[in-house]
Design a protein around this ligand. Sequence first.
Ligand code: MRU
Length: 347
Amino acid sequence: MTVVPVKLNELKNKLVIIDQTLLPNEEKFLELDNPEEIWEAIKKLRVRGAPAIGIAAAFGLYVSTLKSKAANVAQFKKEFEEVRDYFATSRPTAVNLFWALKRMTRRFEQEEDKTVDKIKQALLDESEKIFAEDQEMSKAIGKHGLSLLKPGMGLLTHCNAGGLASSGYGTALAPIYLGHEKGYNFKVYADETRPLLQGARLTTYELYKAGIDVTLICDDMASLVMKEGKIDAVLVGCDRVAANGDTANKIGTSGLAVLAKEYGIPMYILGPTSTIDLDASTGEDIKIELRDEEEVVNGFGRRTALKGVKAYNPAFDVTDAKYITAIITEKGIVMQPYKESLKKLFE
Ligand code: MRU
């Protein structure tokens, strides 16, 4: 993945993102430094995918408050908290957003006895750390994930959990990139991922450009390709993993997991430990984002149902832990019983 989808500009005073709503047809980079633009970019999925949302929020919080003219730390803190709380309203499901905002807050509090300028410097340092750690995490996830795969395998993925959803290497696609470097010749099937087509627009874009064998399928073809024996493993990312292993990911993931179980295909969830939320005991505690009905009936400029027809548009679903073969993090591979194995990751 050559494009870094979320980063700071050279002067380190603007957030730079590739506008993912325009892909694959146009590669347009946006430079943002005000909270409203950054909030809008997250909300509208110009930057999306759990790890990338966290990085955008951290860099966004830094660049938004960098311009502050606050005369003292108390005033600066008030401004910082206002932007932080505003960003927290952008998208509810991916816990990485809240995780990154919490990390930035903790760092602020550690430096609170310093000058405003020193605190700004510390916020830059923390956001750059979040970015750098994400790159390392992706590579480690790739390594652990690859240990479960064999050359020539057929792999099914859903939505986009690749470089575009992170700092440039991805989660579910990380083992695929690593395997590609080692000549594994995977055959990747990418679900289109209705309604916003992250699979069609983003996953095939990045895998095709990387020279990886990728075939696009409509979401409703997953069962068929499994039955035809084309799929040896399902690899998906995650937006929030509860303490018992229940996992929120892009709408449609839970259906794939049920199918995979029926056909005896392993279902792997890949994500950094920042996506694990031990405060959520089960999937019931995960807030699922409901998005505009227009995305379903009028997604890409053409109305597909009569005006007035109701549409339901939850952006995520929760896969019950019982359908998940393993959760692959940068710290290693965990299996059932997830309540114990996930907890151990944080000890
Ligand atoms: O609505 P999106 O595009 O932000 O949803 C993204 C997903 O569901 C991804 O699968 C998930 O964030 C994992 S990204 C490594």
